[in-house]
Design a protein around this ligand. Sequence first.
Ligand code: ADP
Length: 586
Amino acid sequence: MFRSLHMKLVMIMLLLITSLMAVVGAFLITGVSSFYIDSFYEQVDRTFSDAQFVSTLRSEAAQENGAERLQTIMEANTGALGIDYNTRNYYILDGVTGTFLSGSDETSGRALAATPNLLAARNGSVGDASNIAASYMDAAIPISGGENSFIIYILDNRETVSELSSQLFQIILQALVIGLLISVLLSLLLSKAMVNPIEKLTQGAERVAAGDFGETLDVESADEIGILTGTFNDMSAVLQSTLSAVENERSKLDTLFLHMTDGVVAFDPSGSIIHCNPAVDDMLGRDVSGEQYHSIFGDIFPLSHVLQLQRPNFLESELRSGDRALDLYFAPFSDRDSGGVLVVLHDVTEQRRQEEQRKEFVANVSHELRTPLTNVRSYAETLRDSGGDIPEELSNNFLDIIISESDRMTHIVQDLLTLSRLDSGRTEMCMARFDFNAAIESVARAVELAARQHRHTLTVSCETLPLVTGDRGRLEQVMMNILGNAIKYTPDGGNIRVTATSDSDYIYLDVADNGIGIPVADRDRIFERFYRVDKARSRESGGTGLGLSIAKEIVEKHGGKLSVVPKEEPGTTIRLTLPILQPRHD
Ligand code: ADP
């Protein structure tokens, strides 16, 4: 009930007025009583400190009818003592017994009580002690003259002051009621003036809290509330710009997370997923959205272990997911209570594959070169150690082997150089439009002799092909390699057929043989460097295992493709697909 500022202000005003009136009333009533009492004793004191008056009293008291004489004198001085015969009276009492002798009111005089002042006077001293708490005020002055002793006793029943006090009390009460009414009205008005801007400010704050920054509050005064309203407007403007900056950053981050190739997954300290981008599901091969940390990465590092890390420390690990190789980075973000753990997944499958290929390549090169080198060395040593004992025919044979092994090494090194140039892009292609039919015929003529030596039947059946843009020399080298392989890997007396067709975009050249064929599992791999299905056979026929990989590189540089045509019948068909026009590289 008293929570609103209105009511608080009203209550404060009421309490203030009430306490003020109570204090003022108490002071006023006590002040009036004190004044009345003080003036009574002052009158008594002034009258009885007059030595002549007192000596007159004494001399009159010494007379036989002292009491009447004293009464006469007192009657003459009623004005000075404020005797009104109603609330204040005087009494002449016997000085020893305190019996009433005469006075201004006989009835009350006969019923006088023995007050401390009266008792003091009966003992011979002046009784003028005041007592603010008493319901009366009195003074008793002993007067002795000759044999006689009397007490002049003045008593005031304080009715006047009581009446005055009660009137004052009523006035104060009325003033209090009026004051309270005025203060209630005033405080209502005042609180309205104070509370209205605060209410507006509250409504503004509620709007801002709900995210509505549209309106600014009017500054209606230059007081503290006006300053507060202005500051609030500034604060909401800063908040708005900060929020939009944060929002902007967040959407940038969201887009980044969504499209980045690395997987990012964030967990809260309990291990639940807070954020996860699609790359994570992709890399782990399942939807991890409902999972917990321990079911995904618990085997690698416990969550508590990562949470205890001090930034910027992080942990690294590897994970194999299906045929993917993943590098994992674990790092805590923020503190233990409000932060969590961030795991970044980096797909290194391709990198690992390339590393493997590189290692394999180096091993292959070393191996390929070591075999002919060993042969050259052993034959050369045999010739040297024989000291001319070997028949000439045999030594010529040895020398032939040495020469052929050297040729083989030169061949390998040349092929490697060609590949390296193709890899590094240092090989310039001499692009020109040329007649592809003519190129096929020229290659067929070149291999004709070799085919005949193996008693192969070489058939070339090509439709009329459009002119092609490309490096004729290198494309002939590719065809030569494919045809050479067909001759090499087909037992003598085989059939080798070259066919070529085209559509609007491509030329398709197929070289089919009925030779030993390539097992299905090896078909994709024959274009890899040094890959040979049957190593011994290939080496025997002078193959290096690099021919098709060079051919593939050349064809790809032309935007074309080399492939093994899948077919049921024995033998192999290699297809060269070549675009008629080269794609523009600008
Ligand atoms: P090589 O110098 O060994 O012939 P290539 O790169 O030209 O190397 O060929 C790679 C491998 O592919 C060969 O070793 C061979 O095993 C296989 N191959 C290529 N062409 C044929 C074919 N026409 N028939 C059977 N096997 C083939």
